[in-house]
Write a protein that binds this ligand. Structure first.
Ligand SMILES: Cc1cc2nc3c(=O)[nH]c(=O)nc-3n(C[C@H](O)[C@H](O)[C@H](O)COP(=O)(O)O)c2cc1C
Length: 342
């Protein structure tokens, strides 16, 4: 990835700096379903609907969550430069692909926490698998709950043993069902390049374990290797005690595109906050892609709030390596807003 070497000054330099960080936001299957345009002191963030998962994500909810995560990164990167972002989310029904406009009319120095958080924009990685048995740093869960609330969402920790087992069973049922669906498997194959591939999107074999470790209860990961035996060989000695971590649900009280963007912003705030505390996070959206399991989780495990992601938090030595497209491939001059973009 090309990094700007000097402090960005012009609007164009600021946009390049910010987008170089935003592209490292998490996205479903690393689809990176976004485009940016920049002009003057404004960045616009658009969905790239050609990258939506047509089978797994027909409504574009996961695409919007992914773009929301990128939006949070844009705002945080601006803060790290000492700008105060002014954000307008989903500015108009005439442009449903326009997720947000962000400008930076005023300045104020970033505080210590913003600086620490932004320091993890490029390095945070999704964890897949089990965790070490050690507990999370004290106070972290409270900080994560507060982080979710900042964006109008909730992080519901599922601590009760029975409910935790029910959540794990929902993930397992979904994963079993997804592995049987031909269309879904073909779609997954499009986003799971073979080892050594030059692809800059999708989930590379360097990002998931070759052998899933069982935990109690078991939250199975996605079958990115699809029987090819790809993935990172195990680090830990067999037989060591491994944990499922603290399980939680990211939810919103309504289920409109604006809520999905909020969920994405909250997700990125949560992931970065965990990262600054040395904790890793595993994401499971399998049961939320199947309407009846999403409804089960909504009514039985999240007090009728709409669930968007199952999250697991824990401590682990992370080895995952991911990929991204170059910022230049997703950033266009604002003049292209209405012209050649699509
Ligand atoms: C809406 C959404 C759903 C996701 N679902 C899963 C999932 O079910 N399983 C998983 O392993 N990762 C999931 N992820 C994480 C992405 O695969 C990950 O962000 C992407 O591959 C980029 O890798 P990185 O986060 O390590 O940079 C999801 C991310 C988002 C934003």
């Amino acid at each position: 990835m090309s990094e700007p070497m000097t402090v960005p000054i012009t609007g164009e330099e600021v946009a390049r700096y910010v987008v170089a960080r935003a592209v490292w936001a998490p996205s479903v299957h690393n689809t990176q379903p976004w485009r940016f345009t920049a002009g003057g002191q404004q960045i616009s963030l658009y969905t790239d609907t050609g990258r939506r998962l047509a089978v797994a994500d027909p409504d574009g909810r996961e695409m919007m969550i992914s773009c929301g995560a990128a939006l949070f990164s844009v705002r945080l990167a601006l803060r790290s430069l000492g700008y105060i972002p002014r954000t307008c989310v989903l500015p108009g029904p005439a442009q449903p692909e326009l997720v947000a406009r962000v400008s930076w009319p005023e300045r104020a120095d970033a505080d210590e926490f913003e600086r620490r958080l932004s320091g993890h924009l490029l390095t945070r990685r999704t964890h897949r698998g089990a965790f070490d048995p050690e507990p999370l740093p004290s106070g972290l869960l409270a900080a994560l709950r507060a982080a979710a609330e900042r964006d109008g969402t909730a992080l519901r920790v599922v601590a009760d043993g029975g409910r935790r087992a029910a959540l794990a069973a929902a993930v397992e049922n979904a994963e079993n069902e997804l592995r049987l669906g031909g269309e879904r498997l073909r779609e997954l194959a499009r986003w799971t390049p073979a080892p050594g591939s030059a692809c800059r999107d999708g989930v590379p074999a360097t990002a998931y374990p070759a052998r899933a470790e069982r935990t109690e209860p078991h939250f199975p990961g996605r079958d990115f290797a699809r029987g090819h035996g790809w993935g990172v060989p195990p680090l830990s000695a067999a037989g060591s005690r491994r944990a499922a971590g603290v399980a939680g649900l990211l939810t919103t009280t309504a289920d409109r595109p604006a809520d999905w963007v909020n969920a994405g912003q909250a997700l990125q705030r949560i992931l970065l906050t965990a990262s600054t505390a040395g904790a890793a996070v595993a994401l499971h959206s399998q049961p939320l892609e199947l309407p009846w399991l999403r409804e089960f989780i909504r009514t039985q495990l999240s007090d009728d709030a709409y669930p968007h992601l199952v999250l697991r938090f824990g401590l682990v030595t992370q080895v995952a390596v991911s990929v991204r497209r170059d910022p230049e491939d997703v950033l266009f001059p604002a003049a292209a807003d209405h012209a050649g973009l699509r």
